[in-house]
Write a protein that binds this ligand. Structure first.
Ligand code: PGA
Length: 257
Protein backbone atom coordinates (compact mmCIF):
# COMPACT_ATOMS: atom_id res chain seq x y z
CA UNK A 1 0.00 0.00 0.00
CA UNK A 2 1.26 3.47 -0.88
CA UNK A 3 1.98 5.87 1.96
CA UNK A 4 1.19 9.56 1.87
CA UNK A 5 4.21 11.81 1.47
CA UNK A 6 3.73 15.39 2.56
CA UNK A 7 6.75 17.33 1.31
CA UNK A 8 7.66 20.97 1.88
CA UNK A 9 9.63 22.74 -0.84
CA UNK A 10 11.07 25.82 0.85
CA UNK A 11 12.69 27.09 -2.37
CA UNK A 12 15.18 29.95 -1.79
CA UNK A 13 13.62 31.30 1.39
CA UNK A 14 14.40 31.91 5.08
CA UNK A 15 17.51 32.85 7.01
CA UNK A 16 19.40 30.32 9.19
CA UNK A 17 17.48 31.14 12.39
CA UNK A 18 14.13 30.98 10.64
CA UNK A 19 15.07 27.70 8.98
CA UNK A 20 15.95 26.06 12.29
CA UNK A 21 12.89 27.48 13.98
CA UNK A 22 10.60 26.16 11.25
CA UNK A 23 12.25 22.72 11.31
CA UNK A 24 11.80 22.53 15.08
CA UNK A 25 8.21 23.79 14.91
CA UNK A 26 7.35 21.06 12.41
CA UNK A 27 9.01 18.36 14.51
CA UNK A 28 7.16 19.56 17.60
CA UNK A 29 3.91 20.13 15.80
CA UNK A 30 2.74 16.68 14.88
CA UNK A 31 2.56 13.41 16.59
CA UNK A 32 3.94 10.72 14.37
CA UNK A 33 2.00 7.54 14.60
CA UNK A 34 4.27 4.78 13.35
CA UNK A 35 1.25 2.75 12.43
CA UNK A 36 -0.11 5.34 10.04
CA UNK A 37 1.15 5.47 6.45
CA UNK A 38 2.18 9.13 6.33
CA UNK A 39 5.72 10.41 5.74
CA UNK A 40 6.61 14.04 6.34
CA UNK A 41 9.50 15.67 4.50
CA UNK A 42 11.05 19.12 4.32
CA UNK A 43 13.36 20.27 1.54
CA UNK A 44 15.25 23.34 2.80
CA UNK A 45 17.94 25.16 0.81
CA UNK A 46 21.14 23.08 0.81
CA UNK A 47 22.99 25.37 3.24
CA UNK A 48 20.46 24.47 5.94
CA UNK A 49 20.41 20.74 5.24
CA UNK A 50 23.07 19.54 7.66
CA UNK A 51 21.61 21.40 10.64
CA UNK A 52 18.05 20.50 9.75
CA UNK A 53 19.09 16.84 9.51
CA UNK A 54 20.80 17.16 12.87
CA UNK A 55 17.69 18.50 14.56
CA UNK A 56 15.51 15.93 12.83
CA UNK A 57 17.83 13.03 13.65
CA UNK A 58 15.73 11.59 16.48
CA UNK A 59 12.41 12.47 14.93
CA UNK A 60 10.27 11.01 12.17
CA UNK A 61 10.79 14.03 9.93
CA UNK A 62 12.60 13.31 6.65
CA UNK A 63 15.03 15.75 5.08
CA UNK A 64 15.51 16.37 1.38
CA UNK A 65 17.31 18.70 -1.00
CA UNK A 66 16.03 20.81 -3.88
CA UNK A 67 18.73 20.23 -6.46
CA UNK A 68 21.85 18.17 -7.18
CA UNK A 69 24.67 18.09 -9.66
CA UNK A 70 24.61 15.42 -12.34
CA UNK A 71 28.36 15.00 -11.84
CA UNK A 72 29.95 12.85 -9.13
CA UNK A 73 32.79 15.27 -8.22
CA UNK A 74 35.43 17.50 -9.71
CA UNK A 75 35.85 20.97 -11.18
CA UNK A 76 32.21 22.07 -11.21
CA UNK A 77 32.26 25.33 -9.28
CA UNK A 78 29.15 25.94 -7.24
CA UNK A 79 27.71 22.45 -7.60
CA UNK A 80 26.75 19.96 -4.89
CA UNK A 81 26.99 16.24 -5.56
CA UNK A 82 24.60 13.46 -4.58
CA UNK A 83 27.31 12.01 -2.31
CA UNK A 84 27.52 15.33 -0.46
CA UNK A 85 23.73 15.45 -0.04
CA UNK A 86 23.77 11.90 1.28
CA UNK A 87 26.52 12.88 3.72
CA UNK A 88 24.32 15.69 4.99
CA UNK A 89 21.48 13.28 5.65
CA UNK A 90 19.27 13.99 2.65
CA UNK A 91 16.95 11.08 1.85
CA UNK A 92 15.07 12.79 -1.00
CA UNK A 93 15.85 15.42 -3.60
CA UNK A 94 13.52 17.39 -5.85
CA UNK A 95 14.60 17.32 -9.49
CA UNK A 96 13.15 18.92 -12.58
CA UNK A 97 11.06 21.49 -10.78
CA UNK A 98 9.47 23.80 -13.34
CA UNK A 99 11.43 26.73 -11.90
CA UNK A 100 14.65 24.90 -12.71
CA UNK A 101 13.37 23.99 -16.15
CA UNK A 102 12.30 27.61 -16.77
CA UNK A 103 15.10 29.67 -15.19
CA UNK A 104 18.05 27.30 -15.45
CA UNK A 105 17.24 25.58 -18.72
CA UNK A 106 17.04 22.08 -17.26
CA UNK A 107 16.02 19.46 -19.81
CA UNK A 108 14.48 16.05 -19.32
CA UNK A 109 17.83 14.51 -20.16
CA UNK A 110 19.62 16.52 -17.45
CA UNK A 111 16.91 15.62 -14.96
CA UNK A 112 17.43 12.00 -15.95
CA UNK A 113 21.17 12.23 -15.22
CA UNK A 114 20.53 13.92 -11.88
CA UNK A 115 17.97 11.27 -10.93
CA UNK A 116 20.45 8.50 -11.71
CA UNK A 117 23.14 10.22 -9.62
CA UNK A 118 20.71 10.40 -6.69
CA UNK A 119 19.56 6.79 -6.98
CA UNK A 120 23.18 5.69 -6.97
CA UNK A 121 23.52 7.34 -3.56
CA UNK A 122 20.22 5.96 -2.26
CA UNK A 123 18.50 9.33 -2.36
CA UNK A 124 14.99 9.22 -3.80
CA UNK A 125 14.48 11.75 -6.57
CA UNK A 126 11.15 13.55 -6.57
CA UNK A 127 10.82 14.02 -10.32
CA UNK A 128 8.58 16.94 -11.24
CA UNK A 129 6.47 16.99 -14.38
CA UNK A 130 3.66 19.24 -15.49
CA UNK A 131 2.26 21.27 -18.34
CA UNK A 132 2.07 25.03 -18.87
CA UNK A 133 -1.20 26.91 -19.19
CA UNK A 134 -0.82 27.16 -22.96
CA UNK A 135 -0.25 23.43 -23.21
CA UNK A 136 -3.34 22.70 -21.12
CA UNK A 137 -5.44 25.14 -23.10
CA UNK A 138 -4.35 23.34 -26.25
CA UNK A 139 -5.34 20.00 -24.68
CA UNK A 140 -1.73 18.79 -24.83
CA UNK A 141 -1.19 18.06 -21.13
CA UNK A 142 -1.05 14.27 -21.48
CA UNK A 143 1.32 14.40 -24.42
CA UNK A 144 3.62 16.84 -22.58
CA UNK A 145 3.70 14.87 -19.34
CA UNK A 146 4.20 11.58 -21.18
CA UNK A 147 7.22 13.03 -23.02
CA UNK A 148 8.66 14.40 -19.76
CA UNK A 149 8.29 10.99 -18.13
CA UNK A 150 9.99 9.26 -21.06
CA UNK A 151 12.94 11.65 -20.96
CA UNK A 152 13.31 11.74 -17.19
CA UNK A 153 13.00 7.97 -16.68
CA UNK A 154 15.21 6.83 -19.55
CA UNK A 155 17.29 3.87 -18.40
CA UNK A 156 16.04 3.97 -14.82
CA UNK A 157 14.95 0.60 -13.56
CA UNK A 158 12.57 0.44 -10.64
CA UNK A 159 11.91 -2.08 -7.96
CA UNK A 160 9.68 -2.30 -4.94
CA UNK A 161 9.83 -0.25 -2.82
CA UNK A 162 10.09 2.38 -5.49
CA UNK A 163 13.30 4.43 -5.66
CA UNK A 164 11.51 7.41 -7.16
CA UNK A 165 8.62 9.73 -6.47
CA UNK A 166 6.79 11.64 -9.20
CA UNK A 167 5.34 15.09 -8.52
CA UNK A 168 2.68 16.38 -10.88
CA UNK A 169 2.95 20.14 -10.77
CA UNK A 170 0.89 21.96 -13.38
CA UNK A 171 3.03 25.03 -14.05
CA UNK A 172 -0.05 27.27 -14.07
CA UNK A 173 -0.81 26.31 -10.47
CA UNK A 174 2.62 26.91 -8.93
CA UNK A 175 2.68 29.92 -6.64
CA UNK A 176 -0.34 31.38 -8.41
CA UNK A 177 -3.11 30.52 -5.96
CA UNK A 178 -4.73 28.56 -8.83
CA UNK A 179 -5.10 24.89 -8.02
CA UNK A 180 -5.96 21.98 -10.25
CA UNK A 181 -9.43 20.74 -9.40
CA UNK A 182 -9.50 17.34 -7.72
CA UNK A 183 -10.89 15.96 -11.00
CA UNK A 184 -8.01 17.42 -13.03
CA UNK A 185 -5.48 16.17 -10.49
CA UNK A 186 -6.95 12.67 -10.32
CA UNK A 187 -7.18 12.43 -14.10
CA UNK A 188 -3.52 13.34 -14.56
CA UNK A 189 -2.30 11.18 -11.67
CA UNK A 190 -4.14 8.16 -13.08
CA UNK A 191 -2.64 8.94 -16.49
CA UNK A 192 0.87 9.11 -14.99
CA UNK A 193 0.32 5.79 -13.23
CA UNK A 194 -0.84 4.22 -16.48
CA UNK A 195 2.23 5.61 -18.24
CA UNK A 196 4.44 4.11 -15.52
CA UNK A 197 2.66 0.77 -15.96
CA UNK A 198 3.58 0.85 -19.66
CA UNK A 199 7.26 1.41 -18.84
CA UNK A 200 7.48 -0.80 -15.77
CA UNK A 201 5.69 -3.68 -14.20
CA UNK A 202 2.10 -2.65 -13.30
CA UNK A 203 2.86 -3.81 -9.76
CA UNK A 204 5.73 -1.32 -9.62
CA UNK A 205 3.56 1.49 -10.97
CA UNK A 206 1.08 0.84 -8.16
CA UNK A 207 3.88 1.43 -5.65
CA UNK A 208 5.16 4.76 -6.98
CA UNK A 209 4.02 7.74 -4.94
CA UNK A 210 2.63 10.50 -7.14
CA UNK A 211 2.43 13.86 -5.38
CA UNK A 212 0.36 16.83 -6.39
CA UNK A 213 2.01 20.27 -6.27
CA UNK A 214 0.66 23.70 -7.10
CA UNK A 215 -0.94 25.96 -4.48
CA UNK A 216 -1.84 23.13 -2.13
CA UNK A 217 -3.11 24.78 1.04
CA UNK A 218 -4.91 23.77 4.23
CA UNK A 219 -8.27 24.59 2.66
CA UNK A 220 -7.87 22.47 -0.48
CA UNK A 221 -5.62 19.68 0.85
CA UNK A 222 -8.43 17.38 1.91
CA UNK A 223 -10.14 17.25 -1.46
CA UNK A 224 -6.86 16.80 -3.35
CA UNK A 225 -5.46 14.17 -0.98
CA UNK A 226 -8.75 12.28 -1.14
CA UNK A 227 -8.21 11.48 -4.83
CA UNK A 228 -7.28 7.80 -5.15
CA UNK A 229 -4.08 8.39 -7.15
CA UNK A 230 -2.87 11.45 -5.22
CA UNK A 231 -0.34 10.16 -2.71
CA UNK A 232 0.69 13.41 -1.10
CA UNK A 233 1.69 16.95 -1.84
CA UNK A 234 4.74 18.97 -2.83
CA UNK A 235 3.99 22.18 -1.05
CA UNK A 236 5.73 25.48 -1.66
CA UNK A 237 4.25 28.63 -0.11
CA UNK A 238 2.26 26.85 2.59
CA UNK A 239 5.33 24.88 3.72
CA UNK A 240 6.98 28.07 5.00
CA UNK A 241 4.36 28.54 7.70
CA UNK A 242 4.48 25.84 10.35
CA UNK A 243 0.75 26.05 11.10
CA UNK A 244 -0.26 25.73 7.45
CA UNK A 245 2.14 22.88 6.71
CA UNK A 246 1.10 21.05 9.87
CA UNK A 247 -2.53 21.50 9.00
CA UNK A 248 -1.89 19.69 5.69
CA UNK A 249 0.10 16.99 7.52
CA UNK A 250 -2.79 16.52 9.95
CA UNK A 251 -5.25 16.32 7.07
CA UNK A 252 -3.21 13.43 5.67
CA UNK A 253 -3.16 11.71 9.07
CA UNK A 254 -6.91 12.28 9.33
CA UNK A 255 -7.52 10.60 5.98
CA UNK A 256 -5.72 7.41 6.95
CA UNK A 257 -6.69 7.02 10.61
P1 PGA B 1 3.29 26.32 -4.32
O1 PGA B 1 4.63 25.65 -4.88
O2 PGA B 1 2.69 25.40 -3.31
O3 PGA B 1 3.74 27.63 -3.71
O4 PGA B 1 2.39 26.55 -5.50
C1 PGA B 1 4.69 24.27 -5.15
C2 PGA B 1 6.03 23.94 -5.74
O5 PGA B 1 6.54 24.76 -6.51
O6 PGA B 1 6.63 22.89 -5.45
Amino acid sequence: MREFLIAGNWKMNLNPDEALELTQAIIDGYEMDQELPVQVLICPPSVFLAEAADIAYDSELWIGAQNVSQYPNGAYTGEISAAMLAGWGAEYCIVGHSERRQYFGESDSLINQKSKALIEHHIRPIICVGETLEERKAGRQNEVVSAQLSGCLQGITLGIPSEIVIAYEPVWAIGTGETASPEQAQEMHAFIRAELAKRYDPEVSEEVQILYGGSMKPDNARELLSCPDVDGGLIGGASLKADQFLSIVNTAFGLVS
